[in-house]
Structure formats: structure tokens, C-alpha cells
Design a protein around this ligand. Structure first.
Ligand code: MG
Length: 248
């Protein structure tokens, strides 16, 4: 049994997804719907774009109907958006430190699930959805090869698809005594920490998740604040502290 494992999320932890996608979204809505909602970073007050009150009200004001978000996200994926995201610079220093601690690392992402439709799909629509899922997988692997050649191999990447992200963590839990998840989604961080006494979540504080906790941070969810560079420095220190606890 592996003793401990570190699980990384991608978007919002390694990749600057929210900023890039917000820019894409504003442009794509102008092209597809002929209106300009002028979404801004400060409108993102919660992790899920579609649930932010300012986003909802701006979308309503320009008359956007319910499908605009999913349609644009699919176009972002289709056009290789996931292959070209910027990396948070501090990530590298944390990865170097983890490598020297010789702790196994994997990555789990919800990217494939995020472009799925809740509707009952025709065969063609289902095939189209699957094809886009493969495109996301390919682009994610490409992005890793471009940016993290020294730290990852594709077999460390898991795509939540039929099994949810937390479902995959529960499977990994069977083979590991300690789990540390690095996340930017408050809900996923809280869910992981509730699995067992030895599941910990390191939640990177972001402008879109700081209000998600309703003033309450559950046990084993460790929120890390600071500017970009400080944050990864603090993340590394927190990781070291946790690992020390596990071995004492
Ligand atoms: Mg994320």
C-alpha cells in the first residue's frame, strides 16, 4: 500500500483557467449572440460561473438564454483552449519540492464532465460529446508535455468521466493511507476532507471561491492565501507540515 499520495486539480490550481475563459466567453458571446455582457473577474463570486449573481443578472440583461454557457465552453474546448492555458508560475517550485520528497502525485480533472449535457442525447449528439471528450484528453496531455515534461507522465492523469472526481479519490483511498488534494473548488475540497480522517484538502484561495465557505471551513480543509508567488510558497510549506505529521 502506498503510504501517501498528492492529488492535483488542474484548472485554477496549475492552469489560469478562469481569466482565460472569461475573456473567451465575452468574445464568443459577441460573435454568437450579437450582445456584449461585459462579464468581469469581480463578477465571479463563486466557483460555478453560472451561479454567480452578477453573471446571471448581466446574462439576463442582454437576453442570453440558458444554453450560452455550455455552448461557449464547448467551443473553448473545441478550439484547443485547454492546450494553451497559462501556468501559475509558483507551481514549479512546489512540484520540485514534492519531487524531492518522493511522494507519488496524480492529477484528476473534471474537464471532460464539464462539457457534458444533462439532456437525453441522440446517438449523433452523444458521439459528438464523446469526440469532444477525446479532444480535451489530447489537449490536456499536450499541455502537460509542453509545460511539465520533467514532472509528469500521461499515466498520472485521470479524467473524471463515468466516475466522478470524488469517486476516483475514493478508489485511490483504498490503496493509500493519506491523501492530500490540492484544489480551487471549495465543494470538492470539503467533500474530499469528509471521506476520512486522513483525507486532507489544500484549498487555494481564489477570488471566485473566497465566499464559498459561508464563514465555515471544515476540518482538514486548509485554505492557502497570498499573492501568486507567496501562495505556492505557503502551499509547499503546508504540504511539508502535513507530511511531517503523517510520519510522526
Ligand atoms: Mg479547479
Amino acid at each position: 500500500m502506498a503510504d501517501k499520495i498528492i492529488i492535483w486539480d488542474i484548472d485554477g490550481t496549475k492552469a489560469k483557467f478562469h481569466q482565460a475563459y472569461l475573456k473567451f466567453l465575452n468574445t464568443q458571446i459577441k460573435i454568437d449572440y450579437g450582445v456584449d455582457p461585459k462579464f468581469k473577474e469581480e463578477d465571479l463570486t463563486t466557483y460555478n460561473f453560472e451561479k454567480c449573481p452578477a453573471i446571471i443578472s448581466k446574462a439576463n440583461r442582454v437576453g442570453l438564454q440558458s444554453r450560452w454557457f455550455l455552448n461557449c465552453l464547448r467551443k473553448f474546448a473545441e478550439r484547443g483552449g485547454y492546450a494553451s492555458l497559462q501556468v501559475y508560475p509558483g507551481v514549479y517550485q512546489t512540484l520540485e519540492r514534492i519531487s524531492s520528497m518522493e511522494i507519488p502525485m496524480v492529477v484528476i480533472t473534471d474537464r471532460v464532465n464539464s462539457i457534458k449535457s444533462d439532456d437525453l442525447l441522440t446517438y449523433e449528439a452523444l458521439e459528438e460529446q464523446r469526440r469532444l471528450g477525446y479532444k480535451i484528453r489530447e489537449d490536456t496531455i499536450l499541455w502537460y508535455k509542453l509545460n511539465f515534461r520533467n514532472f509528469f507522465s500521461p499515466h498520472q492523469l485521470y479524467f473524471a468521466d463515468d466516475i466522478s472526481k470524488v469517486g476516483i479519490i475514493k478508489e485511490l483511498r483504498k490503496a493509500c493511507s493519506y491523501i492530500i488534494l490540492i484544489e480551487d473548488s471549495y465543494n470538492t475540497a470539503a467533500e474530499n476532507a469528509s471521506i476520512s480522517e486522513t483525507n486532507f484538502s489544500i484549498l487555494l484561495d481564489r477570488f471566485y471561491n473566497s465566499e464559498d465557505n459561508s464563514g465555515y471551513e471544515p476540518d482538514r480543509v486548509l485554505r492557502i492565501s497570498g499573492n501568486d508567488q507567496e501562495q505556492y510558497h505557503n502551499l509547499t510549506a503546508t504540504l511539508e507540515e502535513l507530511v511531517k505529521q503523517f510520519t510522526s
